[in-house]
Design a protein around this ligand. Sequence first.
Ligand code: SAH
Ligand code: SF4
Length: 402
Amino acid sequence: MSAALQRREDATALTEAERVRILAKSARFDPPGVALPDGRRDLVGLSRAELAAELAAIGEAPFRARQVWHWVYHQGATDFAAMSTIARGTQGKLAERFVIGRPEAAVVQTSADATRKWLFRFRDGQEAETVYIPDRVEDRGAVCLSSQVGCTLSCRFCHTGTQVLTRNLGPAEIVGQFMAARDSYGEWPSPKGETPRLLSTIVLMGMGEPLYNYANVAKAMTIVMDNEGIALSRRRITLSTSGVVPMMDRAGAELGVNLAVSLHAVRDDLRDELVPLNRKYPIAELIAACRRYPGASNARRITFEYVMLRGVNDSVAEARELVRLIAGIPAKVNLIPFNPWPGSAYETSSGAAIARFASVVMDAGFSAPVRAPRGRDILAACGQLRTEGARGAAQGAAQGAA
Ligand code: SAH
Ligand code: SF4
């Protein structure tokens, strides 16, 4: 074997070892057991194969799994008694063993710009936030899902980063956020079979780092992509990561969803400070992982997210360095004006600085939309989500609004 080939094999083995380590660490934060005190379990969150096995265990034929799946994920049924194609006896057996629940919406707030935010409370009392961002023009929008309660990373500009990681969210809780959001807009196919439009995109950009909860996120996304249920195409799902390099390869190969990368700085010294994960996976490694991300093409670009912090990362020289770094990658750059939160240490770049930065990026041939802040009045904008110790304040605000 040539020395170069040996080196490449060693590097692959190292990455695999790193993935195993990340997955094992993540499993320590998994949610508690899903059974209710009466022994019933959540049906939402089971994979197709698990559901089929559960049905086989109570003597039901495999095609029943398909029917139940359709009721739960296509029709949005929450009651077995409503499943008219399923015999009464089977409905009863299912109801003894399972619930088709949703996380409890402890607080719901709607912004002046129609953005809606839910504080969901899970069975063990832990909470996370979900945001629906309606398109300003078309009759559609994106649901921003949380993947963890808190975050282990402490990006300096992010409100969630000030909340320690309590635990990962499980598949039932991740899919449940989306289903509960659809409930709230009456967005399940009508008996005539119209397809929901409003809540037709998922962005994994809420609380937490999805690639530090990969197993649960992957299972949840496999459920929402299943063609006989919610049936969202992988093109309608975007996973945002602060740069967990070894897991980017895995997510690309297994899920093939759109990738958004929180870059925010073009020099390692600054990125080390803003996104401390950079000390482990520096810019060069992150960009290399983007270059090899499967499925990226001009039709499916990688999004580089870049938060605009006044006087910190918003110079023209940095814009030039950015386009040098990402040259040749099918990419777009999303410029996010910094959203302040109580106690944050940064200011938003001026409109002129953002425009100058954008024009350098656009001149290099990349699209560079500026993300309009949405839902700032209810702390629903990017990076403003936080639930620990915020419960009382959020409830007070909701009551005030009611
Ligand atoms: N943990 C993932 C996804 C959640 S954060 C990640 O970091 O990518 C979603 C996006 O919001 C990220 O690009 C993040 O950097 C950005 N963000 C965080 N705090 C922000 C703030 N205060 N203002 C604007 N964007 C912010
Ligand atoms: Fe975690 Fe993302 Fe916030 Fe960083 S920006 S602290 S990775 S949620």
